[in-house]
Design a protein around this ligand. Structure first.
Ligand code: NAI
Length: 246
């Protein structure tokens, strides 16, 4: 029970990696707030998990929603120890054609969302003196250059810098900030990409382990960063990518 008496928020937890992170954190003894823009799906996800799983509807790209979420958690639990900024979206398109709307949408969720919630959660973590751990779900695409997902690549590159800057800024205020960089993980987001045979072949052939990862394999890295096992780790992005980055 590595997270006994801890309170965690996991965003984008209605499905995929976020759901697995919530599931593992619950098994490790935490109270877990599953936050997602898809209200019905997140309510169903929390009901499925049971126990100390609590569903909250939240669009992380909106400041008021992020503030409200942290306020609710503090009102209900009195402390907030772990934040996993996992919510993310992907839009594809040629770099010369991709719309302003798509660019703003991806940056709004993947980067600004993590910033807004880290700020709201960071304030209470600093004030409560027991500190906290913030984990950002980055991607190997923070470092790779894939032409048809420019906003996504830019958002994850920015997220790595957000992680490092916040880690340094909060290092003496008791809050650690780290990231997980998944490679190709078998979730709905990736299944859509892998429907295309060429994309499927490319993904598998460029992954030295020759397989996609599972959401649970990412959740275990997040658990390490959330727990005291990583008490001297901050400002790091741990890549779990089957060797993709070499
Ligand atoms: P997914 O598409 O299965 O789930 C994403 C969840 O985020 C959904 O439940 C969705 O409703 C929620 N969401 C979307 N916009 C939101 C918003 N504005 N506010 C709150 N929630 C919102 O995605 P998956 O695959 O589980 O990915 C999770 C994270 O991991 C993302 O940040 C993604 O970029 C990252 N990642 C995923 C990889 C993969 O291969 N699946 C690889 C590398 C990174």
């Amino acid at each position: 029970m590595r997270l006994k008496n801890k309170v965690a928020i996991v965003t984008g937890a209605a499905q995929g990696i976020g759901f697995s992170v919530a599931e593992l954190f619950l098994r490790e003894g935490a109270v877990v707030y599953l936050a997602d823009v898809n209200s019905d799906a997140v309510a169903a996800a929390a009901a499925k998990l049971g126990g100390s799983a609590i569903a909250k509807s939240c669009d992380v790209s909106k400041k008021a929603a992020c503030s409200q979420l942290v306020e609710d958690v503090m009102k209900e639990q009195g402390h907030l120890d772990i934040l996993v900024n996992n919510a993310g979206i992907l839009r594809t398109g040629d770099v010369l054609e991709i719309s302003e709307e798509d660019f703003d949408a991806v940056l709004g969720v993947n980067l600004k969302g993590a910033f807004l919630l880290s700020q709201a959660a960071g304030k209470v973590m600093v004030d409560q003196e027991t500190g906290g751990s913030i984990i950002n779900m980055s991607s190997v695409n923070a470092l790779l250059t894939i032409p048809n997902i420019l906003p996504y690549n830019v958002s994850k590159g920015g997220l790595n810098q957000l992680t490092r800057v916040m880690a340094v800024a909060l290092a003496q205020r008791g809050v650690r900030v780290n990231g997980v960089g998944p490679g190709s993980i078998a979730t709905e987001m990736l299944e859509k990409v892998m429907e295309d045979d060429a994309a499927r072949h490319a993904i598998l052939s460029r992954t030295p382990m020759g397989r996609t990862g599972t959401p649970e394999e990412i959740a275990r890295v997040a658990l390490f960063l959330a727990s005291e096992d990583s008490s001297y780790v901050t400002g790091q992005i741990i890549y779990a990518d089957g060797g993709r980055l070499g």
